[in-house]
Design a binder for this molecule. Structure first.
Ligand code: AMP
Ligand code: GLY
Length: 424
């Protein structure tokens, strides 16, 4: 089969890397891709917002199956468009993708179907939002832009002053344009976060290894929110009991609720969870694989990814044999100095040829220039290692990431620490 993967991040490298192990794959294509993906797939600079261009490419290259990586094209309706033209695609349609595309839609959906999440109110008028805040009983509160904001639309506020400022920036100054005109103000939830990836055809589902993502830029969860600075799986934060509760109290009612709304959800349902002392609660739903969680979740999948993704399309997910490796995987992201704010690109990357055979180096913001690999984004590389012992996997990653160099490179030193401390 000829498979096209859409996207250019570490997540798409991990998807391409895993699909490359499927015997049914004849040729992999990726658009736009990056320097790492280009080693295993033919990369083309398509504009994912230009649906016609993507369709023409699929037809010209006789692509059998397309896998959509990022959320924007899903929320914009790329799957509906390609499906209407008779092409097989992996990813939810536009209606289903609202679960990620609109926080207000997702919160109202959870309320209607009794899915545990933070208590909330929604606002379209900044004055009303500010008034609500004045009588809010807690100091800590979370302000969220309704629409997609590249992972930066949620502000965890330590006090009222910060919350006022977040509301002002979103609703008055138009920080996230239309996405910020409507906001959710919600209760702060205390606990540990976990990302649960559910692969569903709308009826049945399969669950991959629960992961933990490190969103803040600096050690000890300090600094700004980023796209994700590292991850590991499976995380002991989601104990067997909590996992069972998440499936019964969150995943199953969500799939049932979607069906009762007449929404056909096919693809990845990414449940961002807070494991609280009252049980698991939803922080957010996403409609695609996580980045950098995919860089640990797919290396732990012991069965064929293409078969699973095709089963979603065909509605046969329930009969797929999904095996998970009994190991831990850890991924640490090497980022450009300044990220998530302004950073420079075009820095030569060295040391990639010195990595141990068994570690996997997933590329994110990289490109090839005059035969060299140079930086091309904020998150540049993700180094992943596996081991039966979580601490050993951590040591392996850090031993290897230390061999990589580019000007301004930085990475977090505490990825998976919570995990191995809980286990020891
Ligand atoms: P979101 O954009 O909804 O994924 O939120 C980004 C991050 O903000 C989450 O991964 C959490 O770390 C944090 N966060 C969001 N909502 C809450 C909440 N209600 N309570 C505590 N932390 C939250
Ligand atoms: N790792 C967070 C995300 O993919 O949204």
């Amino acid at each position: 089969m000829r498979i096209l993967i859409l996207g250019s991040g570490g997540r798409e490298h991990a998807i391409t890397w895993k699909l490359n192990q499927s015997s049914a794959v004849d040729q992999l294509y990726c658009a736009p891709g990056n320097a790492g993906i280009a080693e295993i797939a033919r990369c083309f600079p398509l504009n994912l917002n230009d649906f016609e261009q993507v369709k023409d490419f699929i037809e010209a290259e006789k692509i059998d199956f397309t896998v959509v990586g990022p959320e924007q094209p899903l929320v914009a309706g790329l799957v509906d468009f390609l499906t209407a033209h008779g092409h097989a695609v992996f990813g939810p349609n536009q209606k289903a993708a609202r679960l990620e595309g609109s926080k207000i839609f997702a919160k109202n959906f959870m309320k209607k179907y009794n899915i545990p999440t933070a208590a909330y109110e929604t606002f379209t008028d900044p004055q009303k939002a500010l008034q609500y805040l004045e009588q809010y009983p807690e100091e800590r509160v979370v302000v969220k832009a309704d629409g997609l904001a590249a992972g930066k639309g949620s502000v965890v506020c330590e006090n009222r002053e910060q919350a006022r400022e977040a509301i002002r920036q979103m609703m008055v100054e138009g920080q996230f344009a239309e996405a910020g005109k409507r906001v959710v103000i919600e209760e702060f939830m205390q606990g540990h976060e976990a990302s649960l990836f559910v692969i569903t055809d709308g009826k049945d589902y399969q669950v991959l290894s629960p992961a933990q993502d490190y969103k803040r830029a600096l050690d000890g969860d300090r600094g700004k929110n980023t796209g994700g600075m590292g991850s590991y799986a499976p995380t002991p934060v989601l104990t067997t009991t909590m996992r069972e509760r998440a499936l019964l109290e969150i995943v199953e009612p969500t799939l049932l609720g979607l069906r009762s709304e007449g929404i056909e959800y096919k693809g990845v349902l990414y449940c961002g969870l807070m494991v609280t002392n009252k049980g698991p609660k939803v922080v957010e739903f996403n409609c695609r694989f996580g980045d950098p969680e995919t860089q640990v979740v797919l290396p732990l999948l012991d069965s064929d990814l293409l078969q699973l993704l095709l089963a979603v399309h065909e509605g046969t997910v329930g009969s797929v044999d999904v095996r998970l490796k009994e190991e831990f995987a850890v991924c640490v992201i090497a980022a450009s100095g300044g990220y998530p704010d302004r950073y420079e690109t075009g820095k030569e990357i060295s040391g990639l040829d010195r990595l141990d055979e068994e570690v996997i180096c997933f590329h994110a913001g990289t490109r090839r220039e005059d035969g060299k690999i140079v930086t091309n984004g904020g998150r540049v590389l993700g180094v992943t290692a596996l081991d039966k012992d979580l601490k050993k996997a951590v040591d392996k990653v850090y031993r290897n990431i230390a061999k990589i160099h580019f000007e301004g490179m930085f990475f977090r030193k505490d990825i998976a620490e919570i995990g191995w401390k809980l286990l020891s």
